[in-house]
Design a protein around this ligand. Structure first.
Ligand code: ZN
Length: 254
């Protein structure tokens, strides 16, 4: 059966003497592993477009229960190649693709996540200054889509509304209020002040096109970055193996 779908290339590696294997997050079918046979022979035009940061329209021969699907044709729809112009956008863009590649099993479609990757890469490749916000936007909405976003308004233990601070508790893997945190402290707990909570609420409600217009202090960006990474590592074991997170952390603290 021949199928077609738009897909964002996550990772590419050589196979045999002449072929390529690509992990691709497709719009309609989730992550798929494709093989492009013979493309590393001289002057095959597919070789230059089967690259990370490209969104392609694929046609492929689909067989259920086959670990790799064979590419028939692929055409470029959008290249996010401009994000290679800055080190910060390269490391953030690469982490975005790596995270999807590591945490998604094959054939679990999620069109919201597809749009989230696409929109974030698009922003990273077209903006000069708001990269830190876009990456946090991506992480927050990815957590939400995966279904384990903590309650950012109410304490996990007593259900009271956060009015001042909230603490991400390692013990409860949730946000709790100052009162409940007394006697339940761990050294790795992350404190989020009121401005950070308000920013999380904004990320939650605001479109990615609007979010960059908001002025955010670097302290808030650091707090939210630490919180989201810590939180994802607690929920997804494979987050410990994502390359480039150390480099991204440096960007938030420079
Ligand atoms: Zn409480």
């Amino acid at each position: 059966m021949i199928l077609s779908s738009k897909g964002i290339i996550l990772k590419v590696f050589p196979y045999s003497d002449t072929s390529l294997i690509c992990n691709v997050f497709t719009d309609d079918y989730g992550k798929l592993t494709f093989i492009a046979k013979g493309v590393r022979k001289a002057k095959n035009p597919l070789l230059s477009i089967l690259q990370p940061f490209n969104l392609l329209e694929f046609q492929y021969y689909y067989k259920k229960n086959r670990s790799m699907q064979l590419i028939k044709e692929a055409d470029i729809v959008i290249s996010f190649d401009k994000l290679r112009n800055q080190l910060s956008t390269i490391v953030m863009g690469s982490a975005i693709l790596n995270i999807i590649n590591k945490i998604f099993e094959n054939e679990y479609p999620n069109t919201t996540v597809f749009r989230l990757i696409y929109k974030t890469l698009n922003k990273l490749s077209s903006s000069n200054s708001d990269n830190k916000i876009f990456f946090l936007f991506y992480m927050f909405h990815l957590c939400q889509q995966l279904g384990f976003l903590p309650n950012i308004r109410h304490c996990h233990l007593c259900n009271s509304e956060f009015t001042d601070k909230a603490i991400f508790s390692e013990q409860f893997k949730s946000l709790i209020c100052i009162n409940c945190h007394k006697g339940n402290t761990f050294s790795s707990d992350i404190h989020l002040d009121n401005k950070s909570l308000q920013f999380l609420e904004l990320i939650n409600k605001t479109n990615i096109d609007q979010i960059s217009k908001i002025e955010i202090s670097s302290i808030v960006l650091q707090e939210i970055y630490n919180f989201l990474i810590f939180f994802m590592k607690h929920n997804i074991h494979s987050m410990h193996y994502i390359k480039g997170l150390k480099e991204i952390e440096k960007i938030y603290y420079e």
